[in-house]
Write a protein that binds this ligand. Structure first.
Ligand code: CMP
Length: 139
């Protein structure tokens, strides 16, 4: 089925001018960027987005990092987009990511891992609605 997923290009990647190279990976994999904006999250917004991780030991560090510099939030659309995006990103920890994946090529560490992608249809829906209004989504 055609799906949509929420993607974030994280501060470690925007800082190193990797937005275009990362977008090329998505587009080459058949994912269409149907919405995109570059924003600077407040710590409060980052904390809310990652609320599900609030009891994890890395939560504070994660929130601080995500609010440190601009991010690019985007909606990717395509056949099986949620799983396909996760394939293109590679494993969360770049040390475990496959060759050719975004995290293998660009990520610096498990925290500074260049991209985020929704993990399931329900979270994709919530995460897209967190950043985008219906009016901003043009298939
Ligand atoms: P993401 O897909 O954005 O979802 C939660 C994030 O937490 C994850 O990517 C990692 O960047 C981050 N994360 C997971 N484990 C750790 C860790 N051990 N230390 C720091 N950050 C982590």
């Amino acid at each position: 089925a055609i799906e949509r997923t929420l993607s974030i290009i994280k501060p470690d990647a925007t800082r190193r001018n990797l937005t275009g190279k990362i977008n090329a990976k998505f587009e080459d994999a058949g994912l269409r960027i149907v919405a995109q904006k570059r924003i600077k999250l407040s710590a409060e917004q980052a904390g809310k987005f990652y609320e599900v991780h609030k009891d994890r030991p890395f939560y504070g560090e994660l929130v601080e990092f995500m609010a440190s510099e601009p991010v690019v939030v985007q909606v990717l659309e395509g056949e099986g987009a949620i799983a396909k995006n996760r394939e293109v990103m590679g494993a969360t920890n770049p040390a475990q990511a496959d060759e050719g994946t975004i995290r293998k090529e660009f990520a610096l560490s498990v925290g500074e891992n260049s991209v985020h992608g929704s993990d399931a249809p329900e979270t994709a829906k919530e995460e897209i609605a967190f950043f985008f209004s219906g009016l901003e989504l043009v298939g």
